[in-house]
Write a protein that binds this ligand. Structure first.
Ligand code: GLC
Length: 720
């Protein structure tokens, strides 16, 4: 529809119809019964007329093609102007085929892989009538107690920005062709902003950081998403500078709408508008609605603040119809961008047999992506497995189908291929001792465990969390595995020290006990529908692990927040002063994490040599070329991620001791060498100054190059 036609449509709408477009509800409102559903906020008292229901703008959370079809058809029959509904859903890491959780996908450090995953998710969800996904989550995270780190791309702003943009490209394709490409969906980047910095890692908790931190650490990933064309933004639950995001005019109008020039649909998080009352910045729903609309929140997810108050606020002149019209136009524009006026079903195959969902090709891609997401944390000598060995598979996750992780939408655990099923294909004589509970081992189970552990050459020990232990509203003050699992690895070690531990978890864990007692340790995260086969591909060496941690693994919960790009402090710990007292350290635990950002092992080995630096001086219009030769000196083909970090020695504000600036992935045959080239320009030296403006200062910069964040310093350059 032409833009001017949208304005014509707007002119025909009554105030009630306009207000209705700014409301989003769950599907159960369309059931004749008073459906159960997760209704939060004041909605329970919301007596709604059928006509009001058939004026709403959007539905979130339909689960099937027929449900979506049915609701759209009923809606179009009853909506006076035939304005179609917008369907949104949490397609976070797959729709029916579930891919690894986002923190696992981030471990691949591959924007291409993320784009492919998002593209396949779009294919499956668009086919079921989804128009918008509430993804990517662009929140920067530094606290693994927060359950939603599983949805994140980790602790580094640069990597987070790269991967967030890749999600958007994968979901949307060309953002101007969503009205033709019906196998693409619109992306809603979230949660704007700072939700990942919830105090103490406790979900929905207070957030407070400086403007400098906002612009330096948290905003770039949202900028990257918007630059990639993200069609929607979702506000976060938390406060920013003492005001809940959904009611902050500074955050939403100045920073998002003006600075970032976002003119698309801004939707609240679930009940976030009404929750301004419980936050304590609104006395009632009417004041909450006034604050949210005045801050330019276009759509009210799952409360009746807008539905019940906007008409009165208009009458009282507290808001203008122009303000309402602006919000309605954002909604109509998105429906138009998606081609919904021409085809409200966007080519949905309706009740026809699904064409592509859960196809074999998607399954094999899911298996490949999962293998690229698993991080080898330790490997003394057992991996890759020797096919002639007798192998025992033991533990609570050995035969578990609880390997999809949180936010697995309509993915069915029953379709997940377990580690046991996959390993049995490789080792028909596999010995097994799977256990039921994550938190206890029965005496019968222990008898079987002892027997198979004694008989086997190698024990594969499958440990981890349940999917419910991470994700939303799943913060944990203790991030170790249960005592029973830590005890299990120690007890098995006394019988058979050849233990390969495979972890299924949604967050970095405190793993010292587990690592100490395992000869090899593979971080599988929640690997998704094809998780079992992907793990076996790694264990037997069909895939050489190449993933790298996107988030630090602490030695101890007390170290949190712990991240590689920290500040120096005035009293940093150095090799020379470790024994001194008055320096920034703990007296009971080392400062360093157990496994740092960027770390991950491989079955082969690489060396980096012949480092050449074209110049140690940089000017406004020159560049420095740094080349290194990377050689695979092992016996297996393998990938390595060469990482370049930078440290600004002296700036207007304190700068991180290291910042990831560039990385290159090389794939090398044994004995193959490849030259890797990095270009440094002034652009790489830019940072946020106290006036919140981006610029680079003259001065000295240290450069580090290696295969993880503990990369050695290779040179120092001067910007002159
Ligand atoms: C939830 C989450 C948000 C999600 C939304 C819709 O509370 O915070 O990430 O997209 O509600 O389910």
């Amino acid at each position: 529809m032409e833009k001017k036609q949208l304005h014509k449509l707007l002119e025909q709408m009554t105030v009630e119809e306009k207000i209705g477009q700014l409301v989003q509800l769950t599907p159960n409102f369309f059931e004749e019964t008073d459906g159960e559903g997760e209704i939060t906020g004041p909605l329970m008292e919301w007596g709604m007329s059928k006509q009001e229901l058939y004026n709403i703008g959007s539905v979130l959370g339909t689960h099937t093609i027929s449900q979506t079809h049915q609701i759209q058809a009923a809606y179009l029959k009853n909506n006076r102007l035939g304005i179609p509904l917008l369907f949104m859903a949490d397609v976070i890491h797959g729709y029916e085929t579930i891919f690894p959780i986002p923190i696992a996908l981030a471990s691949s450090w591959s924007p291409e892989l993320i784009e492919e995953m998002a593209s396949l998710s779009a294919v499956e969800s668009a086919e079921a009538g989804v128009h918008v996904t509430f993804s990517p989550m662009a929140d920067l995270v530094r606290d693994p107690r927060w359950g939603r780190v599983m949805e994140s791309s980790g602790e580094d702003t640069y990597l987070n920005s790269l991967l967030t943009a890749a999600y958007v490209r994968g979901y949307q394709g060309n953002p101007n062709k969503l009205n033709e490409n019906f196998n693409k969906i619109a992306a809603c980047v979230k949660h704007f902003i700072g939700y990942g910095a919830s105090e103490a890692g406790r979900d929905y908790n207070t957030v407070d950081f400086s403007d400098l931190a906002l612009y330096q650490d948290h905003l770039p990933s949202f900028e990257a998403a918007l630059n990639a064309g993200a069609k929607l933004v979702m506000t976060s639950f938390n406060t920013i500078k003492g005001i809940p995001a959904s009611g902050s005019q500074w955050l939403l109008k100045e920073v998002l709408r003006n600075d970032l020039n976002f003119q698309g649909l801004l939707i609240s998080d679930w009940a976030a508008i009404a929750e301004m009352i419980t936050h304590g910045v609104a006395v009632d729903k009417k004041e909450a609605a006034l604050k949210a609309l005045s801050a330019s929140v276009d759509m009210d997810m799952m409360t009746d603040c807008y539905q019940s108050s906007l008409k009165e606020l208009l009458k009282e002149g507290k808001i203008t119809e122009t303000t309402v019209d602006q919000a309605v136009l954002h909604v109509l524009q998105l429906k138009n961008d998606l081609g919904l006026f021409e085809d409200p079903y966007r080519g949905m195959k309706g009740k026809q047999q699904k064409a592509v969902t859960f196809s074999d090709s998607i399954q094999s891609t899911a298996r490949e992506l999962a293998a690229q997401s698993m991080v080898l944390l330790k490997n003394e000598h057992l991996l890759p497995l020797n096919s002639k060995k007798t192998v025992a598979l033991i533990g609570p996750k050995a035969a578990s189908q609880d390997i999809l992780g949180a936010w697995s939408w309509i993915g069915k655990q029953s379709q997940a291929v377990t580690l046991k099923d996959a390993l049995k294909k490789e080792y028909p004589d596999l010995l097994t001792a799977e256990t039921d509970s994550l938190t206890k081992i029965t005496s019968d189970e222990w008898e079987t465990i002892k027997r198979v552990a004694a008989k086997a050459d190698i024990v594969i020990l499958a440990l981890g969390e349940s999917s419910e232990e991470s994700g939303e509203a799943a913060s944990k003050a203790t991030i170790r595995l249960p005592e029973a699992q830590e005890q299990l690895v120690k007890s098995i070690k006394a019988i058979n020290p050849n233990i390969v531990t495979v972890l299924f978890n949604g967050r970095p864990l405190v793993l010292e006990e587990i690592a100490e007692n395992s000869s090899s340790l593979l971080e599988a995260w929640f690997p998704g529908t094809q998780g079992g086969p992907a793990i076996v591909d790694i264990l037997v060496g069909r895939v050489n692990p190449s993933a790298k941690l996107p988030m630090s693994f602490p030695r101890n919960t007390g170290q949190i927040p712990i991240y590689y790009n920290h500040m120096s402090t005035g009293r940093p710990v150095t090799q020379q002063n470790k024994q001194e007292k008055y320096i920034s350290k703990y007296i009971d635990v080392a400062n360093e994490p157990l496994y740092p950002f960027g770390y991950g092992l491989t079955y082969t080995s690489f060396i980096i040599e012949d480092i050449k630096v074209s110049s140690t001086q940089l000017t406004e219009d020159t560049k420095i070329i740094i080349t290194v030769n990377v050689t695979n000196i092992g016996r297996m083909i393998g990938k390595e991620i060469i990482q370049l970090y930078l440290h600004d020695v002296s700036a207007e504000v304190v700068r991180p001791v290291k910042e990831l600036k560039k990385f290159r992935t090389v794939l090398l045959e044994p004995n193959q060498m490849q030259e890797v080239k990095f270009e440094i320009t002034v652009e790489d030296l830019v940072y946020i100054h106290p006036d919140l403006k981006k610029s680079a200062d003259k001065g000295f910069f240290e450069i580090f190059i290696g295969t993880e964040s503990r990369a050695p310093k290779i040179t120092e350059i001067e910007y002159v």
